[in-house]
Design a protein around this ligand. Structure first.
Ligand SMILES: Nc1nc2c(ncn2[C@@H]2O[C@H](COP(=O)(O)OP(=O)(O)O)[C@@H](O)[C@H]2O)c(=O)[nH]1
Ligand SMILES: [Mg+2]
Length: 196
């Protein structure tokens, strides 16, 4: 797929399933913990500074943001999980929203599960991965914030992530930094490989 990455816009912020877009264009969703860098990753992929809003105060809103790319596909910034200060009501809302989003399998082409390259994946990360693999949604794992690791530490961290998430050998795992853009080309490459 050839995409003009300059032609991008936020076309919808859905607060509930009635706002989900179902227009047959492929949808690539970015899932991960609050603050892991989902919005930064979308900006890095698109070479944009602040198309997707990067936040210092995570976990406030449950919105599904649709970015239309070259009128050919959507990149979707999902609300994050695992933010400590989230209220019970907000957690329940997140769960219901995500269940509805992922239940709508027909339009969902691919999910990029973003984890923090520095840390062992959390229990929430493992749940997210289990959910994706059980539902059969194509996915791969992207380990962000690799700029915070020494290159000598990276291999061991990637093994830890693969082991903790119990990823099959067939599941892609790529490390990168949305901040320095190091590895973003590999991330983009994997995205296009999965999109076919
Ligand atoms: N060091 C480092 N910080 C990052 C990176 N990507 C994002 N951040 C920071 O992590 C915070 C959360 O980023 P954001 O994209 O809003 O995360 P989101 O909540 O998953 O959408 C912000 O302060 C970003 O500047 C990265 O690759 N390296
Ligand atoms: Mg965000």
């Amino acid at each position: 797929m050839k995409l003009n990455l300059h032609n991008t816009e936020l076309v919808r912020s859905a607060a509930d399933p009635s706002g989900f877009i179902r227009d047959r264009l492929p949808v690539v969703a970015f899932a991960g913990r609050s603050n892991v860098g989902k919005s930064s990753t979308i900006n890095a992929l698109l070479n944009r500074k602040s198309l997707a809003r990067v936040s210092e105060t995570p976990g406030k809103t449950n919105l599904v943001n649709y970015y239309l790319i070259d009128r050919k596909l959507y990149l979707v910034d999902l609300p994050g999980y695992g933010f400590a200060k989230t209220s019970k009501a907000q957690k329940a809302e997140w769960g219901a929203l995500m269940e509805a989003f992922f239940a709508d399998r027909e339009h969902l082409t691919l999910c990029v599960l973003i984890v923090d390259a520095r840390h062992k994946p959390t229990a929430d990360d493992v749940s997210m991965k289990d959910y994706l693999s059980h539902t059969g949604i194509p996915y791969f794992v992207a380990a962000n914030k690799a700029d915070k690791l020494k290159s000598s530490e990276l291999d061991a961290q990637m093994r830890l992530i693969r082991e903790t998430l119990e990823l099959d050998d067939s599941v892609g795992l790529v490390s990168y930094s949305a901040r320095t853009k190091s590895g973003v080309d590999s991330l983009r490459g994997m995205l296009f490989k999965y999109l076919g």
